[in-house]
Design a protein around this ligand. Structure first.
Ligand code: TRP
Length: 521
């Protein structure tokens, strides 16, 4: 291989890792681990990355590189290449199965969507999968941007030195942590304050996508991302040297059998796809820029390793501190916002570190949100082009932007205190049943990442594994001229059997369909 190819391969890996590493690693992974049994979650997560996430990631990159189309046309083209034309009916059947599972959970809105899926898959085939990926990406952006807004607010707080309310300065770490947790709860309960950050975050995302400062931000993120890793290391050092930190390390790294439940496996599975940016059209799009000389297996392997390292590092930065200052590890989405101010408070030049940290987190989040909006925008562009000739990119970005902002408003206002408007909670409850989680932000996150992402991943695995088949697709996994048969064979096996059966078993397990069998064992 010539030196030039090698360099651009690194470029691809860094770009993909950049899309993968974001709020999912630093905000979501720690709180998910905290809510789902710590070490047990981490172990299941790593296994899911290896056996389910990576094979699916390779398939998405392959689909992109082979077709070089937007997600909808790409899926359609792969289906036309397929040896097996019945895959789409299998998808319809799976959709019907999902409808039944959602019905047992009284989640009527998802039931309706799944039933529509049954019909659409049968009639239109895999192009529908492309649409599902796009819609999920936009839905995820609608609350991703709300978390981005929280980060904006925390940058402001650290800049003004009010990250830790002044009254408690010089007080024990525990008290500091309690106040910062309370301050966070008060903050998200005030929708007007959240709205400011959210609007700034969405505006930056939309502006970047319209071509304003895109190139600059991307160049900047090449420098800032490695710095984020270094800052994480600094926070880890401070965090593990706090008195009482050891318990946190043990919580994060030591699996226990009693923490193992179907729910934990489902959450870990969803988090794998969320964090690796799978099932949202983006990896397919990135793959379409990949040259034939590049080895997809290696690229996917590196992205997986980097992303998992980032998540584990975030865990190591947060949990020792959480235990040292006596916060509850299961605090939920607010975990880092409660724990980190206490860590920074105990550091020399704390506000400076805090500002740098939240700023880099903001850059990491913006590069991801731009990619998410891009998923929708490319689809709209290529679909709109038929009718309109000019200004279609602008229109496409605008459509995506408006959709996400409106959907995001729901998430912004849902974390507020709605006790005077009980019908809102009831509406969420009635439409989402057991999938409902108190507010719309968490409910949508639960539905999109834990149900929709594994479902689209399952479809992708079936399409490539049983339609296109590893025998034909596998040749393209390696760089041209490389001959390394065993790896594509392993990939093919994982993709055909391990990933789909794994995902299916998790669904059946969570919906309770396996209980009668498990009881007999
Ligand atoms: N993986 C990103 C994270 O961990 C979030 C994300 C999900 C994403 N899907 C994406 C980013 C698609 C870019 C494109 O934060």
């Amino acid at each position: 291989m010539t030196r030039e190819n090698w360099t651009s391969s690194i470029g691809f890996i860094l770009a993909s890792a950049g899309s993968a590493i974001g709020l999912g690693n630093i905000w979501k992974f720690p709180y998910m681990a905290g809510e789902n049994g710590g070490g047990t979650f981490v172990l299941v997560y790593v296994l899911c990355v290896i056996f389910i996430g990576l094979p699916v990631m390779c398939s998405e990159m392959l689909i992109g590189r082979h077709t070089r189309r937007n997600i909808i046309n790409a899926m359609g083209k792969i289906e036309r290449l397929s040896a097996n034309q019945n895959v789409r009916f299998v998808m319809s059947a799976l959709s019907a199965g999902m409808a039944v599972a959602f019905a047992t959970m009284h989640a009527w809105l998802p039931v309706v969507l799944a039933l529509a899926g049954v019909y659409l898959f049968a009639k239109k085939g895999f192009a529908i999968l492309g649409w599902v990926c796009t819609i999920v990406a936009l839905a995820i952006l609608s609350y991703y941007a709300v978390i981005g807004g929280w980060i904006v607010e925390y940058i402001r707080l650290s800049l003004t030195g009010t990250l830790v309310p002044e009254a408690v300065e010089g007080v024990a770490a525990e008290a500091v942590a309690k106040t910062s947790q309370t301050a966070f709860d008060a903050y998200i309960a005030d929708p007007w304050r959240v709205l400011v950050g959210f609007v700034i975050f969405m505006a930056v995302t939309g502006w970047m996508l319209l071509g304003g400062i895109r190139a600059g931000i991307e160049r900047m993120s090449k420098i800032l991302m490695p710095l984020l890793f270094i800052l994480l290391l600094v926070v880890i050092v401070r965090s593990v040297t706090l008195p009482g930190a050891y318990e946190g390390i043990e919580f994060l790294l030591k699996p226990t059998m009693d923490a193992f439940t179907p729910q934990v496996v489902l959450m870990a599975l969803g988090q794998v796809f969320f964090s690796l940016s799978l099932g949202m059209a983006i990896t397919v799009t990135y793959g379409s820029y990949l040259h034939k000389e590049h080895n997809i297996l290696k690229a996917a392997g590196w992205v997986g390793v980097l992303d998992t390292c980032a998540a584990l590092m975030a865990g190591l930065a947060i949990f020792p501190a959480v235990f040292a200052v006596g916060l509850a590890p299961s605090a939920g989405p607010g975990l880092i916002f409660g724990a980190l101010p206490a860590v920074f408070d105990s550091m020399w030049l704390g506000p400076v570190w805090a500002t740098c940290f939240f700023f880099m987190l903001f850059i990491a989040a913006v590069t991801s949100s731009v990619a998410l909006l891009e998923c929708g925008a490319t689809v709209f562009i290529e679909r709109l082009r038929r009718g309109h000739k000019r200004g279609s990119r602008r229109t496409a970005v605008l459509i995506g932007f408006v959709l996400c902002t409106v959907m995001g408003l729901l998430a912004v206002f849902s974390t507020a205190d709605w006790s005077h408007m009980p019908w809102l909670g009831k509406a969420i409850e009635a439409s989402m049943g057991d999938l409902a989680k108190g507010n719309w932000l968490d409910t949508l996150d639960n539905f999109a990442s834990n149900w929709m992402l594994p479902f689209t991943a399952l479809c992708t695995a079936l399409l490539v594994g049983w339609g296109w088949t590893p025998r034909r697709a596998g040749r393209e996994l390696l760089a041209q001229g490389e001959d390394w048969r065993i790896a594509p064979a392993i990939w093919g096996f994982l993709l055909r059997w391990v990933s789909p059966i794994g995902i299916l078993l998790v669904f059946l397990y969570v919906a309770g369909f396996l209980d009668p069998i498990l009881k007999k064992l």
